[in-house]
Design a protein around this ligand. Structure first.
Ligand SMILES: *[C@@H]1O[C@H](CO)[C@@H](O)[C@H](O)[C@H]1NC(C)=O
Length: 335
């Protein structure tokens, strides 16, 4: 009997303890729910506030100067390099033709066969209804007999815009990102402004010889520093196109043609040599629509490193300037 009552006492102590414990648990639970509810309310308020700002026309204000008519056409020309990927080309052009600042499209075509009638018809239909300052977007094919990577930087003799947005056919940027980069470019029109940064640094293992190493995306991410933006997605002044063809040493163009690589590094060198300044890396959303690129093939970074050292020898100095500055849309940073 004695032991029985002791057990009963223990049991009641135990249950009281569990009760108290349960109360604590539920108190913590209600604090959590309150916190969660406050977060929900805060998010709703933020969403409403940004909506309201949009309705009242506060947003998109920065793009309005674009639409003001002026003597010179103030938009940009898309210079797109494509090779045997009509589906990607069609996807890119349909997308970019909806961007407000786009003035004309220049397609660099280096395939042996000319563009098919169906492709041209498709693209013409896509841009048919899009008007810019009361006229249609211009569409030009630049058909090249020779298949060289230098083709993408041929002079645009008929271009009416100073700004060139150079892109590959396998990446797509939302119009908001493109227009943002265009705004940055207009505040620094001699500079290359782009979405894909790359870096170089001195090869310490080679002693005091001025040897450099080319670093890809991971290096930029790790160091937070870059010295090039690639022409697969960059704005630059069209004067650099004629400089590339007529002023840059011919040996660099020959190297690019022969090795089928590094035209983008050559362009970065050219602009850096002309400006003695770094490029500007702009924040933007990137959507890759193609799957293969040379950057995924083996030996890529060694070949790029070789290009950098080769071009340094041609220039007699290292023109690239490093920086850690990145342009970010201030309307998006508080998220
Ligand atoms: C580099 O820039 C300088 C000064 O503008 C120019 O004289 C020189 O020709 C350029 N070098 C090359 C290799 O283009």
């Amino acid at each position: 009997m004695y032991s029985d009552s002791k057990m009963a006492m223990r049991a009641s102590v135990f249950s009281r303890r569990t009760l108290r414990h349960g109360a604590i648990v539920s108190a913590v639970g209600s604090v959590r729910i309150k916190l969660l509810l406050s977060c929900c309310v805060l998010f709703t308020l933020i969403a409403l506030a940004s909506r309201a700002a949009w309705f009242m026309g506060w947003k998109h204000q920065n793009s309005s100067p674009l639409h003001q008519p002026s003597l010179h056409r103030k938009g940009y020309t898309i210079l797109i390099n494509t090779w045997k990927r009509n589906d990607l080309l069609m996807q890119s052009i349909s997308h970019y033709s909806s961007c407000p600042g786009l003035d004309s499209i220049h397609i660099v075509w280096s395939e042996p066969d000319p563009p098919s009638v169906s492709l041209v018809d498709y693209l013409k239909n896509v841009i048919h209804s899009r008007l810019r300052h009361g006229r249609r977007i211009e569409l030009k094919f630049d058909i090249n007999a020779e298949d060289s990577l230098n083709n993408r930087f041929k002079e645009l003799t008929d271009s009416k815009t100073d700004a060139v947005f150079s892109i590959d056919d396998d990446v797509i940027f939302p119009c908001s990102s493109v227009e943002f980069a265009f705004t940055i470019w207009r505040s620094a029109p001699d500079t290359m402004v782009g979405f894909v940064p790359r870096v170089h640094w001195i090869d310490q293992s080679k002693g005091n010889a001025d040897k450099y190493i080319y670093g890809g995306w991971w290096s930029v991410w790790w160091m937070g520093t870059y010295s090039m933006v690639l022409s697969k997605a960059a704005f630059f002044h069209r004067k650099y196109l004629s400089m590339y063809t007529y002023q840059m040493p011919a040996s660099i163009r020959e190297y690019v043609t022969k090795n089928r690589n590094c035209e983008d590094i050559a362009m970065s060198f050219l602009v850096a040599n002309a400006t003695n300044s770094p490029p500007i890396w702009v924040q933007g959303k990137i959507f890759e629509i193609g799957s293969t690129g040379i950057s995924s093939l083996g030996g890529h970074s060694e070949r790029r490193t070789h290009c950098v050292n080769r071009f340094v020898a041609e220039y007699g100095r290292m023109p690239l300037v490093s920086t850690s500055v990145k342009a970010v849309d201030s309307r998006s940073i508080w998220f």
